[in-house]
Design a protein around this ligand. Structure first.
Ligand code: ADP
Ligand code: MG
Length: 699
């Protein structure tokens, strides 16, 4: 057999029934699919443990020793069999719950056995339930296969009798029936440069490792290959986009930009802001189409970068759009920007869901005839009726709206697509960004404006509540305002509302009128009431804002300097970080107090420690990635890049960086992979492109 694309029914041991089950349960159709059904762990029977060396984290172990005693223990239903098993220095229990009578008859006391099984630990003593037992004398006669693969499976497969052993046998047949080596997919120079195992040897060793060392080499090679081809695809996609999709050229720096920059810029730009602006200008000045992700922590000053990019578009005769995820945020942008542009002749409008029909019509008209320069709003901007005369740049605040703008009709009058700048305050760790957004250009504002004081963050237990309240009173006495935030999770919403209301009552008792005024805001309130309560806090009429996470994005009250987070253990890291970003906006020292119960999971402890230790959004995102895995981070769900077969984006970051650099080097030398030395590469690349979904989402 030479063709790996043949269905697996060509293999010995694969009946039609098994073939259809394997397809249904594990999506395995061809021999090639089977070849990349990678074992997720291995049973290592090359190693013997001493009982005294066993540890909690040993999953399966093999030991040699003797049974000293067998007893039957009555339990609620039937009985269990317990054998005491010893080696030179230790003792362990072997336990059976089924077939007790039969097993009791065959077990021999005081005779050497080789025992293999899954280790259980309870109160510092170990046991092995239903172990595999071989008399030592028999064991020596058997030919031992070294490390055995354990394949992914499903309940259905197990129920239908397709055990791991059967899958293993089928894979063995695959290797036996292949009459030639598996073709190499990487170039010889790549293999030599990175000291990689050949593909053929790697596949054999990942299924049937000769040793731990060979297994490690095999896994490295296959992970490298997987990540390399993803990077190759992303980087080529970017290259092609840059060469094929032209963008408008903003080559003029005109009056809008210079007038604003010289007269109305309220502060000096930070170096990071200047650098990012340069990156943007390079894109928009070059005939290329800009598709850029701008990452910058809360408060790093993304808005001004957006505004300067907008003015650049205006200078070149284009209109601009700024889209925010919520009405509050859109309104805030509108207020901030109209204030900054107060003395300039720029026509700016706000379009959200609550804009009345009459005003809406005016906006539509002014957009189409070009009177309106800049439209700020929510996703109301993406409705079909919103048509620009010549949209030059679309700026999107928060990345998860990404994609939406690309499908919009906003620029149906355009000859070319507008430049796109996506701004996000949820930093994505570099390695993840490389994989998920590898085809985008990425800019980072990694510096906060000067004079910003770090928010002092502490973790306190509920039992310290009185102390915390005393502190709040002192801060309020200095004229500051305070947020107290409660968790609200859909699954436990009723309980959470009760906690919020109980909390509110107890706060109202401790902070009585008329000395204190309290606002409360939560999702069950009518929008108008919410707005009223918010405004009271914004205007400083109330000193305390009790709220659920609705305040996570949006509200900007520089005078609020304390953020208290109740049941902080229930919040995710990025949420905690976003909440903390609500304070520290003014000149005063700000504080974040994380209140929790005593009982904390180890993940919760890590989250709290991280928050106390750092305010760097990128560091926090790295920890979050480690805790939750890449699939749960924002914006990654839709990405096909994460369906990895063998590599792990959290654990294999160094392989990822190596693979990306290797892909960059290849493309710099041979962008079309047309040189003879890259023929193997091109072949696999073409094959992968046909089967993977990566290209499906190109705009
Ligand atoms: P974000 O990146 O969270 O959108 P903003 O653009 O809202 O941040 O900026 C946060 C605050 O910092 C604003 O009040 C803004 O005026 C101020 N700011 C931005 N850049 C600078 C700077 N270079 N120097 C001083 N203050 C700045
Ligand atoms: Mg912002």
């Amino acid at each position: 057999m030479k063709n790996l694309n043949l269905p697996i029914s060509y293999l010995k041991g694969v009946t039609a029934n098994r073939a259809s089950l394997l397809l249904q349960e594990l999506q395995i159709r061809t021999c090639a699919d089977l070849l990349t059904l990678f074992p997720y762990r291995y049973i290592d029977k090359t190693r013997f443990y001493k009982i005294s060396q066993l540890e909690n984290n040993n999953s399966e172990v093999q030991i040699i020793g003797k049974i000293t005693r067998i007893k039957t223990v009555k339990q609620q239903r039937g009985s269990r069999l317990v054998a005491t098993f010893i080696d030179e220095r230790g003792s362990i229990e072997l336990v059976w719950f089924k077939g007790v009578r039969w097993i009791k008859e065959v077990l021999k006391v005081d005779v050497p056995y080789v025992v293999y099984g899954k280790l259980n630990s309870y109160n510092n003593s170990f046991s092995i339930p239903h172990p595999e037992m071989d008399l030592f004398s028999d064991y020596k006669k058997k030919l031992q296969t070294a490390m055995q693969p354990v394949y992914p499976s499903t309940e259905m497969l197990t129920n239908k009798g397709i055990s791991n052993k059967i899958i293993r046998t089928i894979v063995q047949h695959l290797f036996l029936q292949m009459d030639s080596n598996i073709e190499e997919s990487l170039s010889p120079s790549c293999i030599a440069e990175f000291g990689l195992m050949s593909k053929s040897e790697a596949l054999l060793n990942v299924h049937f490792p000769k040793s731990q060392e060979k297994l490690a080499q095999a896994q490295y090679r296959l992970k490298f290959e997987e990540l390399f081809f993803i990077q190759l695809q992303l980087l080529r996609k970017k290259l092609i986009r840059k060469s094929k999709i032209k963008g408008y050229v903003f080559d003029k720096v005109g009056t809008y930009f210079t007038t604003f920059y010289n007269n109305y810029l309220p502060f000096d730009l930070t170096n990071a802001q200047k650098r990012v602006l340069k990156e943007i200008r390079k894109d928009v000045g070059s005939h290329a189409h800009m598709n850029r992700l701008l990452q910058g922590d809360v408060g790093s000053g993304k808005t001004i970068v957006a505004l300067l990019s907008i003015l650049l578009a205006l200078d070149n005769g284009f209109q601009a759009a700024l889209i925010a995820p919520t009405e509050i945020l859109a309104t805030q942008h509108y207020n901030a920007i109209t204030e900054l542009l107060a003395k300039m002749e720029v026509n700016v409008a706000l379009l959200t869901g609550s804009v009345k029909a009459k005003r809406r019509k005016e906006i539509h008209r002014d957009l189409e005839d070009g009177t309106l320069h800049l439209l700020i709003g929510t996703h109301a901007l993406l409705e079909d009726k919103v048509v620009f005369k010549n949209l030059g740049i679309a700026i999107i605040d928060e990345q998860h709206r990404f994609g939406v703008a690309q499908r919009s009709k906003m620029w149906k009058k355009n000859a070319l697509p507008p430049h796109v700048l996506v701004m996000t305050a949820t930093p994505i760790p570099r390695t993840l960004a490389m994989s998920v957004y590898g085809d985008l250009d990425i800019s980072v504002i990694d510096e906060l404006p000067p004079g910003r004081k770090e928010v002092k963050t502490v973790h306190r237990f509920d039992s310290n509540r009185l102390g915390v309240f005393k502190f709040l009173k002192d801060e309020i006495a200095k004229g500051r305002q305070v947020y107290i935030v409660y968790p609200l999770i859909q699954e436990s919403a009723a309980m959470d509302y009760k906690d919020l209301m109980d909390g509110y009552e107890s706060i109202a008792r401790d902070f009585p009128v008329p000395d204190y005024q309290i606002s409360i805001v939560h999702g069950k309130m009518k929008p108008a009431d919410k707005e009223y309560e918010m405004q009271r806090f914004v205007k400083g009429e109330t000193q305390i804002m009790v709220a659920t996470t609705v305040i996570e994005v949006g509200v900007n009250v520089p005078n609020a300097s304390v953020m208290v987070i109740e049941s902080a253990e229930r919040f995710g890291l990025s949420q905690l970080h976003q909440l903390r970003g609500r304070v520290g906006r003014g000149a005063d020292q700000s504080y974040c107090i994380l209140l929790t119960d005593f009982a904390l999971s180890s993940d919760a402890k890590t989250r709290l420690k991280t928050m106390v230790a750092t305010s760097d959004g990128f560091k926090i995102a790295e920890v979050d990635l480690k805790l939750r895995g890449p699939g749960n981070l924002m914006g990654t769900k839709q990405s096909g890049v994460l369906n990895l077969k063998i590599a792990d984006l959290v654990k294999d970051t160094s392989i990822l960086v190596t693979a990306r650099n290797a892909a960059i080097a290849v493309l710099q030398d041979d962008a079309n992979l047309s040189k003879p030395k890259n023929s193997a590469l091109l072949k696999s690349y073409t094959q992968i492109q046909k089967t993977s979904g990566l290209w499906a989402n190109i705009s």
